[in-house]
Ligand binder design. Structure first.
Ligand code: FAD
Length: 336
C-alpha cells in the first residue's frame, strides 16, 4: 500500500491466510452449478416479474432477495439514517490487464492519493488465467477522472493508454511491473465504468401474506474501496442460513426484524469503515499508516484486519482505540 502526500508512505503487510480474487462471471456460474448439483432448483426470475414477488413470498416460508443492485431493490427503501451519501463519492473505471507481472510475494497493491483517488491492482483469476485487475477510483472532478470517460467503452486502447499514464505518474512500483510491449486489456469486454452511491436499505419487507429479507448488494451497497462487498454478502448468507436452520417457528415479521438487526451488527463495521475511508483521512488513520510504514509489526496487524472488519473498525474508529491497537501490535509481536 502506498499513500501519497507531503511525504509518501509505503507499507507492506502479510495476510494471515491467503486471499484470492476471482472473476464473478466464472464464480457465480460455478455456484449455480453447485446449487443444482446439491438438489436446488434454479429458475430464471426476470425483473419484469417483480410484481409477482408477493406471490413468490406467499408460496414460500421466506423470500430471500440477493439480486444485487437490480430492480428488485425497490422493494427495500433506502434507510436515510444509515446512508450518509446522496451522490457517488468515487467514479470507477477498471479493467483486466495482461503484461503486468504479479508482485513478489504475490498479493494486491493499493495506491492512495487523499482527495484524488485510489489505484487497486489485485492479481485476478479470470477467463485468461491469472491476470491483473486495475481499478481506478476517482474523486469526482479530480485528476483521476481522465480514465473514467465514457468513450473508453468503445476505445479500449485509449483506456489502456490512459491507465498506463496514470499508473506511470501515481503508482511507480506498479509501473515497474508493466511490460510495455505486452500491456493491454485482456479482451475489449474486460472493462468497467460506473459509480456507486453507498446505500443501506431497509433489510426486510412485508410482502402480502409473506416476507422478504434482503442480503448482499440488494440490502447494502458499499463502495469497493475496502474490497468488502462480496465478502460481507457471503458472511450474511452464512449468518442467514444458520438462523434459518436454528429457528423454531414461522419466518414472520418478528423473525425478519430480529435477524435483520443481527445482520446489521455484522454489516455496520464494514459500512462505517468503508465510508470513513471515502472521506479525508481521519487523524488517527494517518498516524496509524505512518507508524505502520515504519514498523512491520503494525503493518502486518493492520493488513490482517482487512479480513476482520469488526477488528478493523474498532482499531480506527477512535484515536484512543488506534493508540491501543498500535501499542498492542508492537508489544505482542515483539514478544514472539
Ligand atoms: C469495481 C468493483 C470492484 C469490487 N471489488 C470487490 C472486492 O474486491 N471484494 C469484495 O468483496 N467485493 C467487491 N465488490 C463488491 C461486490 O462485487 C458486490 O458486493 C457483490 O457482487 C454483491 O453480491 P450479490 O450476490 O449481492 O449481488 P451480485 O453480485 O450483483 O449478484 C446478483 C445476481 O442476481 C442476479 N439477478 C438480478 N436480478 C435478478 C432477477 N430478477 N432474477 C434472478 N436473478 C437476478 C444477477 O444476474 C446476479 O447474478 C466490487 C464491486 C465493484 C463494482
Amino acid at each position: 500500500m502506498r499513500i501519497e502526500g507531503e511525504e509518501s508512505l509505503v507499507l507492506r503487510g502479510a495476510l494471515p491466510r491467503p486471499a484470492s480474487s476471482v472473476d464473478f462471471r466464472m464464480y457465480l456460474a460455478g455456484l449455480l452449478e453447485s446449487v443444482t448439483g446439491r438438489g436446488g432448483t434454479v429458475v430464471r426470475f426476470r425483473p419484469e416479474d417483480s410484481r409477482d414477488l408477493a406471490d413468490l413470498a406467499a408460496r414460500h416460508d421466506l423470500l430471500v432477495v440477493a439480486a444485487g443492485r437490480a430492480e428488485l431493490q425497490d422493494v427495500f427503501p433506502r434507510d436515510p439514517a444509515r446512508s450518509p451519501f446522496r451522490t457517488a463519492p468515487r467514479i470507477l473505471a477498471g479493467g483486466l490487464f495482461q503484461g503486468i507481472a504479479p508482485p513478489d510475494p504475490p498479493g494486491m497493491t493499493m495506491n492512495m492519493i487523499p482527495g484524488v483517488g485510489e489505484i487497486h491492482a489485485p492479481t485476478f483469476h479470470s477467463f485468461g488465467g491469472r491476470v491483473t485487475a486495475v481499478l481506478i477510483e476517482a474523486v469526482p472532478g479530480m485528476a483521476f477522472q481522465t480514465v473514467t470517460q465514457p468513450e473508453h467503452r468503445v476505445d479500449p486502447e485509449l483506456f489502456a493508454k490512459r491507465v498506463l499514464d496514470l499508473v506511470t505518474t501515481h503508482a511507480p512500483s506498479l509501473r515497474e511491473r508493466i511490460d510495455d510491449k505486452e500491456f493491454g486489456l485482456t479482451r475489449p469486454i474486460d472493462v468497467m465504468h460506473g459509480a456507486l452511491v453507498p446505500t443501506v436499505r431497509r433489510g426486510w419487507a412485508e410482502m402480502g401474506e409473506g416476507h422478504a429479507l434482503a442480503i448482499g448488494d440488494a440490502w447494502i451497497v458499499n463502495d469497493p474501496l475496502t474490497a468488502q462487498g462480496a465478502n460481507l454478502g457471503s458472511a450474511q448468507a452464512f449468518q442467514v442460513a444458520q438462523a434459518l436452520a436454528s429457528h423454531q417457528g414461522a419466518y414472520n415479521a418478528d423473525f425478519c426484524k430480529t435477524l435483520s438487526e443481527q445482520l446489521w451488527a455484522t454489516a455496520q463495521p464494514v459500512v462505517d469503515w468503508t465510508n470513513m475511508f471515502l472521506g479525508a483521512p481521519a487523524p488517527q488513520v494517518q498516524s496509524l499508516l505512518t507508524v505502520a510504514a515504519g514498523d512491520q509489526r503494525v503493518a502486518d496487524a493492520f493488513i490482517a484486519n482487512l479480513d476482520d472488519p469488526p477488528a478493523m473498525w474498532h482499531s480506527i474508529s477512535r484515536p484512543e482505540h488506534t493508540a491501543a491497537f498500535i501499542e498492542a501490535a508492537q508489544s505482542t509481536r515483539s514478544e514472539q
